[in-house]
Design a protein around this ligand. Structure first.
Ligand code: ARG
Ligand code: ZN
Ligand code: CA
Length: 254
């Protein structure tokens, strides 16, 4: 047992309009969500169907806004950048000052979160461990970030960041990213093999890939359901995140 990992976070707010320049309060509301979801203290784990309750696990990860910047000066952990870019894509442009975004802080010491307008219905995207440090971290749509301010239903409970940080800590989608087939795997043993992504607020059970009677673990953070319907990581997912935190991402907290 490694104990609780405390991860320093920098939030880069990259805004074209005053609304996109989200408040510190909205940023804090997101950090609060992460500190519930990654300690399994979120009250909505009560919504996990009884047959899956035993899978609910505590990742033992806490997040705090950085108090020291890369130069060693005090910071509130939030950078603010004004941009002329009207909707970023999934191409990492927002991660570079020279391209209308904001450069990453050293990825071996900070979890970089960029918050901006995204195009194409994208809620967010993440870089898996082992990639280039310049682009390491997570990007989130401003209206899917936190629980107040510009956050909009059904993505207004801060779960996009929970999901993307799952990827950042090496988790795959629970359906195994093979479209709707049954061959893909998330490389986690306790998550039932599932067909494709679930959306909205599914009714239990949703059986695919002969995973009856209980069906898909669609209430897991690594599915595509609405924020209100994703409420847990499994023990196997927690073990995978832990391996990442004690392996390639150990410098982040230890
Ligand atoms: N990368 C996914 C997307 O952009 C994120 C899904 C997050 N789901 C959620 N309920 N917040 O679609
Ligand atoms: Zn995803
Ligand atoms: Ca699986």
């Amino acid at each position: 047992d490694r104990g609780v990992a405390r991860v320093p976070v920098v939030v880069h707010v990259v805004a074209r309009t005053p609304a996109e320049d989200i408040t510190a309060e909205q940023v804090h509301s997101q950090i609060d969500v992460l500190n519930r979801d990654f300690r399994a203290t979120n009250p909505d784990t009560a919504d996990v169907p009884a047959p899956f309750q035993g899978l609910v696990a505590d990742p033992q990860i806490e997040f705090h806004l950085a108090t020291t910047d890369p130069a060693g000066n005090p910071t509130d952990g939030i950078t603010r950048t004004s941009t002329t870019v009207n909707g970023f894509g999934a191409d990492d442009q927002v991660k570079f000052t020279a391209r209308g975004g904001q450069d990453a802080w050293p990825a071996d010491r900070y979890l970089n979160l960029w918050v901006c307008q995204l195009g194409g219905g994208l809620l967010g995207y993440a870089q898996f461990p082992g990639g280039p440090p310049e682009t390491d971290g997570v990007v989130i749509l401003q209206s899917a970030f936190g629980t107040t301010g510009t956050a909009r239903a059904p993505f207004d409970l801060g779960r996009t960041a929970t999901h993307e940080i799952g990827h950042y800590l090496n988790l795959f989608h629970i359906w195994g990213d093979d479209g709707t087939g049954c061959r893909g795997s998330d490389e986690v043993d306790d998550t039932p093999n599932a067909g494709g992504p679930n959306y909205g607020r599914p009714a239990f059970p949703h059986v695919t890939c002969s995973n009856g009677p209980h069906g898909d673990l669609f209430m897991d953070y690594m599915d595509y359901v609405d924020d209100a319907a994703m409420v847990m990581f499994s023990a196997g997912q927690v073990a995978r995140m832990s391996a990442c935190l004690t392996g390639v991402r150990t410098s982040l907290w230890a």
